[in-house]
Write a protein that binds this ligand. Structure first.
Ligand code: SF4
Length: 483
């Protein structure tokens, strides 16, 4: 059969091509995946270049000034090279007033119902873009695509793998369980851009998880702005999965995901969990290995007064005692966290409190930012902004302590045997590879550097697990021998 006689080949050649650029955080990445899945489901093709596309979609980030610049530059480049551009994502929800004055809550439009009038920041800078939407707006983006690049009707190209299109390597995937946030941390503008918490129906979330496991995903990363708040907005409403009633709540979600992952031999990892008492109930699942004994808890600080100025969720909780209880119930637990040094008004004593917390809490993986004002954040009006040099110095002092804690913890693993998920293994690992243990989330934590296996028959395959004996450490990484 010649190409033109093959209906699939003929229609594929005619299928419109969409270029796609995804900027921003893992949450934006899942938005991109949903849009790409929909495009593919409808028979659109994707183009790796702006030149080769009939239209370009740019998923933007508007969180910090650098991200805004990167997003605007990308839009400019797409316009210059291609000329037909649809913009989506956080920056798409920003209005000019939010970029020129403080008080984001009334200046920036929220989420999907973003203000797309002449006030819209992207529209004002790049008036020739075809359409602008806020984040979490798959349908609006698709409407714009249908308008400017009518969709092809071709059953031969309407095929999409059940798990959708993923931008992460095939063996791990992000599962977004909610959008938006009910908190109002003073340094953050996410709620003003993404709106209040909206939990996805638990049945949909579990269906997506099942499809991901079925497609070969070996690690599921549960994400949201506040995973512990899942279901609060719908009063923990009872939903349905496979005909059975189930509450829209973190505990039930985690339990079901753990049970679901077991037959696939897959990992479930929880991100963005706040130290509320309800989280205590999840720890026993970690102790039994149903979900990874890993918690990503963004503490940001330890001193109650700083936490109050930050308006952090669970700021009244006794975090040190809670962590100690978690460790008693599940000694293997690894805690990752992020912190801010030099928040406005932070005294030396408050900062020392944070260093003491870091030493006592033995946070396994810690990141730290020197406080930096975000356009439109309430914290900009808090008195006592510290000089940049002092903020940087405190960050460096914090990181020195964090690295000491982390290095000692890594050192204690030498001699142990761990399960490692292989991320990279050129030549089936004959020269070694890179993997991660339960203690390492992709992209943010360390890795396990796998040495060439001693056994000639041993192969390493990307997306599969291997046992490995830890033989040393290297910075934030472990060095291990596959066995
Ligand atoms: S919890 Fe605080 S930092 Fe996180 S998204 Fe909500 S407001 Fe922002």
């Amino acid at each position: 059969m010649s190409e033109i006689e093959n209906p699939k080949a003929a229609s594929s050649a005619a299928a419109p091509r969409v270029g796609f650029v995804s900027l921003g955080c893992p949450k934006a990445l899942t938005d991109s995946e949903l849009i790409l899945t929909q495009l593919s489901a409808e028979g659109y093709q994707t183009s790796k270049t702006f030149e080769g596309a009939d239209l370009v979609i740019v998923n933007t980030c508007g969180f910090i000034d650098d991200a805004v610049k990167e997003s605007l530059d990308t839009i400019a480049e797409a316009l210059a090279v291609n000329g037909r551009v649809i913009v989506t994502g956080c920056l798409g929800a920003k209005s000019i007033s939010s970029a020129t004055k403080n008080g984001a809550s009334n200046a920036v439009s929220t989420g999907v119902s973003a203000d797309f009038s002449s006030e819209n920041l992207v529209k004002s800078i790049h008036p020739s873009v075809l359409a602008v939407t806020g984040p979490h707006a798959t349908q609006e983006v698709m409407d714009a695509v249908h308008l400017h690049l009518p969709k092809p009707h071709d059953p031969f190209v309407d095929l999409v793998p059940a798990q959708g299109i993923k931008l992460t390597p095939k063996h791990y995937a992000y599962l977004k369980i909610s959008e938006g946030c009910n908190h109002r941390c003073t340094f953050c503008i996410i709620p003003s851009m993404r709106g209040d918490l909206v939990s996805r129906p638990i049945g949909d979330v579990l269906k997506e998880a099942r499809a991901l496991f079925e497609s070969g995903v070996k690690e599921l990363l549960v994400i949201s702005q506040d995973t512990s708040a899942y279901g609060v907005d719908v009063k923990y409403r009872t939903g349905f999965y496979e005909g059975k009633p189930i509450k829209t709540r973190m505990l039930e979600l985690v339990q079901t995901l753990g049970d679901m992952a077991e037959p696939y031999g897959a990992w479930v990892r929880l991100h963005y969990v706040y130290p509320y008492p309800s989280v205590d109930e999840v720890i026993p699942f970690m102790a039994t290995g149903k979900v990874l004994p890993y918690l990503d808890v963004p503490f940001q600080h330890s001193h109650p007064d700083v936490l109050k100025r930050m308006k952090r969720p669970a700021s009244g909780e006794r975090n040190l005692e809670r962590i100690q209880r978690w460790r008693e119930a599940c000694p293997e637990i690894v805690i990752r966290s992020t912190f801010i040094a030099g928040f406005p008004g932070e005294t030396e004593a408050e900062f020392e409190h944070l260093l003491g917390f870091m030493r006592e809490a033995q946070i396994d993986r810690a990141g730290c930012f020197a406080y930096s004002p975000v356009e439109g954040a309430v914290a900009n009006d808090i008195p006592g902004m510290l000089p940049q040099a002092l903020r940087d110095e405190r960050r460096a002092r914090f990181m020195a302590v964090a690295e000491e804690v982390s290095a000692a913890k890594l050192q204690r693993r030498v001699g142990a045997t761990m399960q490692v998920l292989v991320d990279s293994a050129p030549g089936l690992g004959k020269k070694g590879g890179i993997g991660r243990s339960y203690a390492d989330a992709p992209e943010i934590d360390g890795t396990v550097r796998l040495l060439p296996p001693e056994k000639i028959s041993k192969q390493l395959k990307v997306g599969e697990f291997t046992r490995a004996r830890i033989v040393g450490t290297q910075g934030h990484d472990l060095v291990a021998l596959p066995i």
